[in-house]
Design a protein around this ligand. Sequence first.
Ligand code: F0G
Length: 459
Amino acid sequence: MELPFAESYRIKMVEPIRKSTREEREQWIKKAKYNLFNLRSDQVFIDLLTDSGTGAMSDRQWSALMLGDESYAGASSYYNLKNAIKNITGFDYFLPTHQGRAAENVLFSTLIKEGDVVPGNSHFDTTKGHIEFRKATAIDCTIDEAFNTTLEHPFKGNIDLNKLEDVFKKYPKERIPLMIVTVTCNSSGGQPVSMQNLREVYALAKKYGIRVFFDSARFAENAYFIKMREEGYRDKTIKEIVKEMFSYADGMTMSSKKDAIVNMGGFIGFREEELFKKAAQFNIIFEGYITYGGMSGRDMNALAQGLDEGTEFNYLETRIKQTEYLGNRLIEFGIPIQQPIGGHAIFIDAKKFLPNIPKEEYIAQTLAIEIYKEAGVRGVEIGTLLADRDPVTRENRYPELELVRLAIPRRTYTNNHMDVVAVAVKNVYDRRNEIKNGYRILSEAPIMRHFTVELEPVR
Ligand code: F0G
């Protein structure tokens, strides 16, 4: 008999979590104005709000922390991190930042000016936010297949080379300071980009003289998918694949809170010394001196160790198999989810799940609230609330997809927890026809409203 799969780690420290009753949860979510961000964490049993900064560090990371060097300049922790980044990505220059969006802020302050365009594959919200904040435009060049949730395609994060070339032809080079490839592509469902696509995108960009940066938050998960799905990579190590991936980029921004398995941190990697030097000026005013920029020495040490662990096959296999496990259980129950299953999260297709709710009543938010009430499981709406209003007309923007994302923290929950999540979603699905009303907005902020929006049920 073939041995079953088991996690490539054992547990050394635990954190108690609390179950609650349906009555308690109904009170709490009402008090939270039906916004899941307003819940206290102890009102949540299984927290799948994000996989960002929520993973469990290893014993080796915790011990690296104790060796942190807190010198203002030239700390050994900085050099540990510099070596780890060089070994894993090949980039000679780097700047530490306090998280991923800070890396975007520093890099874009250096490169982007009003009227510029920045093509890419479904830029993440903060990336897009930082581009639009500078009165520039993010142009989505993702392949069309990505927008069909049931279509099987191994690399739904891929960039459509024709769409990209159209952008390169339409705008002068001076107005395209860089392009961004997000690996894996969070906004299209944690979907990977193939090595072939990375190679071709880079060649095309070089032909037009355009700089390529990777938004690398989940680069290691991307490498895992290349190994498993792309011809010619099965026998390569994750670290070899990662090295090749980054050879098709001029630099990277990193939210270390994801694939580097730390609770806080980020960085920018550069190939060009000149650009590094320019960006260093912004890093100093926004983040901190170049050898710590927003991170303590101990955290840089833990991050250096996390980059090494996060690019090990055994860890990644455990990680991705857990996401697959939850996805497959949901598929067995007939629940409409984004397929193929991505790396860090399951995305439930809320329009298909709740066909009775009109789009004006926030379909995905309604579903996320029902799942919370059912079992204390917190996911996040990726739908009309997140899409926000059109900056000019102030009308709601209704995105093509209304999704509930269940993001899985790294090394944190067991598959028993995943079973609870799956059954909770199934129970809601079984009574989906009784759910006829959604929510209306009581108050909202002018930008990034989903974090603070207040809602009430439509009766
Ligand atoms: N890029 C991607 C692809 C991301 O998913 C995120 C964050 C960022 C950049 C920004 O990094 O949070 O460290 O400032 N994503 C989190 C999420 C928030 O829940 O998906 P950050």
